[in-house]
Ligand binder design. Structure first.
Ligand SMILES: Nc1ncnc2c1ncn2[C@@H]1O[C@H](COP(=O)(O)OP(=O)(O)OP(=O)(O)O)[C@@H](O)[C@H]1O
Ligand SMILES: [Mg+2]
Length: 428
């Protein structure tokens, strides 16, 4: 038998105090890799204990994990939720490749390296990773701030843009290293400290964009609020002619404390290769929800909104849960909500196992009772969402969003379509 090629152990801690929850071990042998997590006895006995991830039961001993498909993480759900996705991995990999050219003795990156490359200050949720010398992964180099202030957006944007184009310098990469560029998601982004010191995400235009995606996202998030949805506060910060979407982080409280987070994918223990449904999420809320009925109704409201603005990128990493206390969770504010004018109006996450993807208002109305709404209540929600979406042009043209009249045509098919008409007809 060949020896284990790579094995790395880290402590998993919780919150600002860094309470040790357990131990995470990653092993890799050739192409085979797995991870294992064990809770600390002290955590299992703690009066405040809860399972930080739906797939990590509050039991003693190691719990093993192998990725169920090549598209899934080798780590348990809530740990994987803190790992970088396409964009963050790209920044980390480019940086590593450049350093490896200078020092060929550096070994190839493992999944654990990616997980540990996320800066501790801005890691999503409340989980933190620490080595046996009590150093958090990763912490900024001596004398450097890990999370830049809003004023540095321009520098980050230009460095990120260079990475997208494959033209970055070693200096760009050194600058970006640990700058919260390692967040999840596909699109170029970073973490920043907003003017009032709160943690925020900056999302940049991408070189591949055919329209103003950042203004579109701010429009969608602000419109969501008008439609009665609890959505992450978002605004445009303009750098010369570049609109950056600045979105407040919801996984920190007013005192900057870290709030435990799990994506819907983690809560459902879903593989990226599976089709899962909103009725399962409603059921999950019924069992682990802090205040299930308002959250389940809120979920239905979001489904209506997503359909009416053609937000069809509703995969299970784009919906989240925040921990309240004692293993009870509430829906996180809506985030990553975008109009997709060029896409077919079909949700990624299914309505239910039987019905498949959401494609029309009639199927949402037919299923409202699964979301704790009778027909009359559902129509009242639909009326509010429909009214907000009908007025999208006013908000789009407002200084807060700043779309030009000529740009509205790019977005119109997302907001003006047969399902808006069908919704209008249902309302009589
Ligand atoms: N306001 C927020 N507060 C806390 N965490 C957030 C917030 N917005 C996003 N996140 C986290 O950051 C991740 C990436 O953000 P987001 O989904 O907006 O990026 P994206 O690149 O557009 O994603 P996608 O790959 O789905 O297009 C999310 O999956 C979520 O874990
Ligand atoms: Mg996303």
């Amino acid at each position: 038998m060949s020896a284990v090629a790579s094995r790395r152990e880290v402590e998993v801690c919780l919150g600002q105090a860094g309470l040790k929850l357990g131990t995470l071990v990653y092993t890799r042998q050739g192409q085979r890799q797995n991870s294992a997590f064990a809770y600390e006895q002290t955590w299992l006995r703690d009066a405040e204990h809860f399972n930080v991830s739906a797939d990590l039961k509050l039991d003693p001993g190691y719990q093993f994990r192998r990725a169920p498909s090549p598209h899934d993480s080798v780590f348990h759900g809530a740990i994987a939720d803190t790992a970088p996705d396409a964009w963050g991995r790209r920044v980390i990999a480019r940086d590593h490749a450049k350093r490896r050219r200078e020092d060929p003795s550096l070994s190839a990156l493992t999944e654990m390296d990616y997980l540990l490359a996320v800066d501790d200050f801005s890691r999503i949720g409340a989980l933190r990773l620490r080595d046996d010398e009590h150093r958090y992964h990763r912490t900024a180099e001596e004398g450097r701030r890990s999370t830049p202030a809003l004023i540095e957006l321009e520098r980050i944007y230009h460095a990120s843009r260079a990475v997208e184009r494959g033209q970055e310098t070693a200096d760009d990469l050194r600058y970006l290293r640990g700058k919260g560029t390692s967040l999840g998601g596909m699109r170029p982004k970073c973490t920043i400290l907003d003017e009032d010191g709160t943690l925020a995400i900056g999302k940049f235009p991408s070189v591949q964009d055919a329209r103003s995606v950042t203004r579109g996202e701010v429009l969608a998030l602000q419109l969501a609020q008008r439609a009665g949805i609890d959505a992450a506060p978002a605004r445009i910060v303009q750098l010369d002619d570049v609109p950056i979407a600045v979105i407040t982080r919801f996984d920190r409280d007013a005192g900057h404390a870290r709030i435990p987070y799990q994506s819907a994918a983690s809560v459902l223990q879903a593989s990226r290769d599976e089709d899962r449904s909103y009725t399962e999420i409603a059921d999950a809320l019924r069992s682990i929800g802090y205040d299930p009925i308002p959250d389940i109704r809120q979920l239905w409201r979001r489904l209506v909104f997503n359909l009416l603005i053609t937000n069809v990128d509703d995969h299970l990493q784009n919906l989240g849960f925040l921990h309240t206390a004692h293993g009870q969770w509430r829906l996180a504010p809506a985030f990553d909500v975008n109009p997709f004018p060029d896409k077919e109006r079909e949700s990624k996450t299914w309505l239910s196992e039987d019905e498949g993807p959401i494609t029309d208002i009639a199927m949402l109305l037919a299923r409202c009772s699964d979301f704790a709404l009778d027909q009359q209540q559902a129509l009242a929600v639909l009326a509010e969402v429909h009214a907000a979406v009908s007025d999208w042009r006013t908000l789009a043209r407002s200084p807060a969003v700043g779309l030009r009249a000529s740009e509205l045509d790019d977005f119109a098919p997302a907001f003006e379509h047969d399902q808006m008409e069908a919704a209008g007809r249902s309302l009589g």
